[in-house]
Design a protein around this ligand. Sequence first.
Ligand code: NAP
Ligand code: MG
Length: 510
Amino acid sequence: MAKTEKKARGKRAQPKGPALQFGGKWAYAPAPESTDVVTLRERYDLFVGGSFVRPKSRRWFPTVNPATGHSLAEVAYANAADVDLAVQAAKKALPGWRKLSGDDRARYLFRIARILLERAREFAVLETMDNGKPIKETRDVDVPLAAQHFFHHAGWADKLELLFPGAAAGQKPEPVGVVGQIIPWNFPLLMAAWKVAPALAGGNTVVLKPAETSPLTALLLCEVFQQAELPPGVVNVITGDGATGKALVEHPGLDKVAFTGSTEVGKQIQAAVAGRKVDLTLELGGKAAHLVFEDAALDQAVEGVVRGIFFNQGHVCCAGSRLLVQESVHDTFVQKLQRRMARIRVGDPLDKNTDMGAIHSQAQLARIQELVQAGVDEGAELFQPACSLPRHGYWFAPTMFTGVTQSHRISREEIFGPVLSVSTFRTPDEAVQKANDTSYGLSAGIWTDKGARILWVAERMRAGVVWNNTFNRFDAASPFGGFKESGFGREGGRQGMRAYVRMPGALLPG
Ligand code: NAP
Ligand code: MG
């Protein structure tokens, strides 16, 4: 271990079975997942040209554990000069990487996926510490799905001609080139995998910018790239803030920008690349409708709704934040939901029994508080179960509003927190009309016993993903992306790969 490194355990006080109140009962949380599996460095440098390098900016910034409010480590700040070095490294690596056979590129991707799984516990614990999400989610969702994305795209790397027939005779799909990728803080490792895996499979090289508040697992992934002996410069990771992202987007050396984040920043990026020969895909915000019909299996639907809004503290672009319940079952359903919400365990994210962890940052907590206050001021009825929250860090109780109308801010704006708004509908037509009455269009959910109704409603939904009798399920083979202000382009599946190849000599451009 380098002198500058130390075991994470020494850095944070381990809570010993803190008493937590769940719905009026006191329970003692078991010992948390050991942090011994993670070795935190005091300082993390940029990953450029296959090595960790000190930033030209000579600046570092702290990244915080949201569950404690304490700094975990310092991370290098990339300024415009650092961004330039990273783009140059990706440019230099491009000819060699694109010349490799698909078979050889696949070998690297398989190797990355395998190493990621071998180091799964380390990734899960580090993600939980840097992000605040519960260990059972990082362990069972984020890390396995990230590995699945590398496995899945490894499988495509040598089959691109089969995936995209239509290039002129004798020609193959070509890489787009150097890709700038910018990701948000809510699924830091998973979003990195969603971006990097298809880019590499297509023969592109990458400069990735993680979010300022959750950079550590992307940097750990760089160690995996080193272990897999990925050629230097094929992936470069630059940490920083919004200005770093802006400098990357504005860099003239890019051939493509792939962005996941807020609609507001997505619009700025679209303006920044306008008029340049740069491909663009945008995965933006959402305000998903979750429809429960009177014939649905209500207890299962309750579980689906809870998963839809309280998974990852509601920091989910496709969260089912607008619940629309058929009027005849509204009161019964709300009572069931209230009882279920009282059993949600909020607390130490490293505790394997925790259902809801910490709110990711102070800024996000302030945004949630502001919108919840707006819900109260505009006349919706607030419900929060009895729930004692830890004293340090950033926390918010599971929250539900009933009596919400389409005009309320909590029904229109993305809260990106554990806040559900509930309203009613009488007919399937009204359900569809209310569900589509939003500027977003990322996802939706339908609970009903009737297969014909599922098809009728799903067909009319203006949403990229429509879940039926389930919610928040993901798979690398299934394309994900939005309509309207939720963006354009898809990630995952054949459609996701399409954004990372060009078709020489094809009749259609692209
Ligand atoms: P954000 O504020 O838009 O930031 C996203 C990323 O863009 C971060 O890395 C951020 O850097 C960077 N950035 C900020 N300003 C920039 C600029 N002017 N130019 C280039 N990059 C810039 O979003 P967030 O708060 O991190 O994430 C939450 C949002 O992401 C929500 O709206 C959510 O719905 C959306 N999201 C969408 C999907 C999807 O697949 N559709 C998935 C996950 C999340 P810093 O963080 O360092 O400032
Ligand atoms: Mg953090």
